[in-house]
Write a protein that binds this ligand. Structure first.
Ligand code: FAD
Ligand code: 2HG
Ligand code: ZN
Length: 454
């Protein structure tokens, strides 16, 4: 295919033969919403969006595209934050959203097989209805697909206790670049029979194939849950409290929110802060487990973490009210324009110093603003920069991260946005193997061009 973005009629006809013409969308008005990413920063173009419903249809579509040498862009819920979900070079867009549905819930072993386009929220609800729990949770739960969360190895608010998405992926089915199907769905807890291919595809960001089905590990449900909002007059005390909470209690989330972003959030939501006043630093702490966890959280946050003010909610509505403030951070910041997003980890002991350094850099820059929040329990901070031209500031902050021994992508992935920074976190030996794996599975480099490899 010489000209990405233009698809000869015979290719369209071959694609239509796979699953019918209504699965091959060429009307620009129907395509337009899928060409811009959630952040608004990445806007691409494509001649066609394919909407297969079955693995066999994905295989058929990819087989045709391979035959004609056409580049491909995979998309799930299009909530990714690193520019990896939209066709930036005129690739054919393959949406996996309609490959959806819960296929099997094994209530005895606590496993579930789901098609890739199923939303995270549906997986969570089905798990609960089946007497289990799917622990991955993030603000985009109603739109993000399970395939997208696996492709990006999404983190979210429960990583502290339950791990990243990878920890829940027991098996997986993928369609390879040439349309062949690789099924690795057995999901035995113990199975040392060679390479664990589901792990290879988890976090591969659509560069190795289309994920079509996943076997997920479920965890036991909780008897009780409680959420506490803690106000602190200073950053050092708040960060000290994060360490205290982790030491004294098996908390499942500790999120950090700062006064300036919370002001945007309460304005955006049209609510008032559940605390008596606006504190410089607010932690949101979630505990969940067996009976007694609510009392235990209340006593630990009062005695062990020394906040200046505490509000605890144990009923569902109260918990949701507290979480709404955290969930609305990204949306509230987007009201200011298109931010530059940095999703970084710094070692726990460097969190307070790093926030101070970012603030100093913003003052020195003089033109931009930094909105900082994140998953304090695992050292993952989201720095959103707004202002006329924050590129230089962004680079400076990423250098601070690398110098601190951190990661330039904690949970969102590399996408197209952080490609230039991959070498700062991964060694030459690792990058060579990345390239060898990519070349073996996608020799023509047609899958998600520009993602992860630039
Ligand atoms: P998309 O955005 O469509 O795609 C993401 C990447 O995966 C792309 O490279 C795409 O090509 C590839 N891909 C998608 N589906 C497949 C598939 N089936 N097969 C192969 N490749 C595929 N992330 C976190 O880690 N933690 C958070 O706390 C978090 N919070 C968020 C909050 C909000 C409000 C928003 C908007 C996003 C948030 N995210 C968070 C970003 C997160 O990465 C995505 O929400 C999710 O993981 C992506 O799922 P998706 O279906 O939208 O994938
Ligand atoms: C979150 O934790 C997401 O809310 C989004 O990872 C982060 O918008 C962001 O920068
Ligand atoms: Zn996050």
């Amino acid at each position: 295919m010489g000209h990405p973005g233009v698809l000869p009629r015979r290719v369209i006809e071959d694609l239509e033969d796979v699953a019918g013409p209504h699965r091959v969308v060429t009307d620009p008005e129907l395509l337009v919403g899928s060409l811009v990413d959630w952040t608004g920063r990445w806007e691409g173009s494509s001649p066609v969006m394919l909407r297969p419903r079955l693995t066999s249809e994905v295989a058929g579509h990819l087989g045709v595209l391979s035959h004609h040498g056409v580049p491909v862009q995979f998309q799930g819920g299009n909530t990714g934050m690193v520019g990896g979900s939209v066709p930036m070079g005129g690739e054919v867009l393959v949406s996996l959203r309609d490959v959806a549905g819960i296929e099997e819930v094994d209530e005895r072993s606590g496993q579930m097989v789901v098609a890739a386009g199923t939303t995270l929220a549906e997986v969570q609800q089905t798990a609960l209805q089946s007497g289990w729990r799917y622990p991955v949770d993030l603000g985009a739960r109603d739109t993000a697909t399970i395939g997208g969360t696996v492709a990006t190895n999404a983190g979210g608010v429960h990583v502290l206790r339950d791990g990243m998405t990878r920890a829940q992926v027991l098996g997986l089915e993928a369609v390879l670049a040439d349309g062949r199907i690789m099924e690795s769905l057995r999901g035995l807890d113990k199975d040392n029979t060679g390479y664990h291919l589901p792990s290879l595809f988890t976090g591969s960001e659509g560069t190795l194939g289309a994920i079509t089905r996943v076997r997920l590990r479920l965890l036991p449900p909780h008897d009780e849950e409680a959420v506490a909002m803690l106000g602190f007059a200073g950053l050092d005390a708040a960060i000290e409290a994060v360490g205290q909470l982790r030491r004294h209690f098996d908390v499942q989330a500790i999120e950090i929110m700062l006064e300036d972003v919370l002001e945007l959030v309460v304005d955006h939501l049209g609510v008032s802060l559940p605390l008596s006043r606006a504190w410089p630093v607010v932690l949101l702490v979630e505990a969940a487990g067996t009976a007694g966890v609510v009392d235990r959280l209340a006593s630990v946050v009062h005695d062990g973490s020394d906040p200046d003010e505490v509000v605890v909610a144990s009923d569902r509505a109260g918990r949701q009210r507290l979480w709404a403030h955290r969930d609305a951070h990204s949306v509230a910041i987007s009201t200011l324009g298109v931010p530059t997003k940095l999703d970084v980890t710094v070692p726990q002991g460097r969190v307070a110093a790093f926030i101070g350094e970012v603030r100093e850099a913003v003052v020195a820059d003089g033109a931009s603003q930094a909105w900082i929040f994140g998953h304090a329990g695992d050292g993952n901070l989201h720095v959103n920069l707004t202002g006329p031209e924050p590129a230089g500031l962004a680079d400076h902050i990423l250098h601070l991260v690398v110098d601190a021994g951190g990661s330039v992508s904690a949970e969102h992935g590399i996408g197209r946005d952080k490609v230039d920074w991959l070498g700062a976190c991964r060694g030459p030996g690792e990058l060579q193997v990345f390239r060898m794996v990519k070349d073996a599975l996608d020799p023509a480099g047609r899958l998600n061009p520009g993602v992860l490899f630039g």
